[in-house]
Design a protein around this ligand. Sequence first.
Ligand SMILES: [Zn+2]
Ligand SMILES: [Zn+2]
Length: 168
Amino acid sequence: MLIIYGVYHFWPKRVGFRDDYCLGCDKPRRSFAVRTFDVGHFFWIPFLPFGFWKHWKCSECARDPHVHVKTRRPFKWLGFACLIFFSSIFWFPLESNNGAVWILRMAPLAGAAALLIHLLKTPKDPSLMERLAAIPPAADSICPFCSTPLIAGDGSRWSCPACGAVRC
Ligand SMILES: [Zn+2]
Ligand SMILES: [Zn+2]
């Protein structure tokens, strides 16, 4: 039986912005925080209010900027190890020499070799933390949502007196 469930995001309000690194775009991006009142639904019937939650969205692709979209390198190495292992199963006993066995020996090895070349050729992704560290904090003096000049609050918190958005 197909079960349909999910979350409704009610009353979206833009509450903040920051200079960010979007893993989906693979580029430094501006991202916006949207606060919504989230309610779980079951077959479209709202039944479980979760309360107010803040969601970060990339200004370009509208996805969560910190969610990985590509297969991560450790998983590729794991795939490499599996292919080697799969091939090794068919190397013993060495006496069995029919064509099918050779295909089972060589096909995973060819896949492993291609994956190894791919892993060695593509540069190691810097971690998200390193990428974020390279991005200077937002320095806007004007609210990107309503063009009101921001004012400095407690500490170094800048916020918009008109719409309440916070520079993060
Ligand atoms: Zn993006
Ligand atoms: Zn504003």
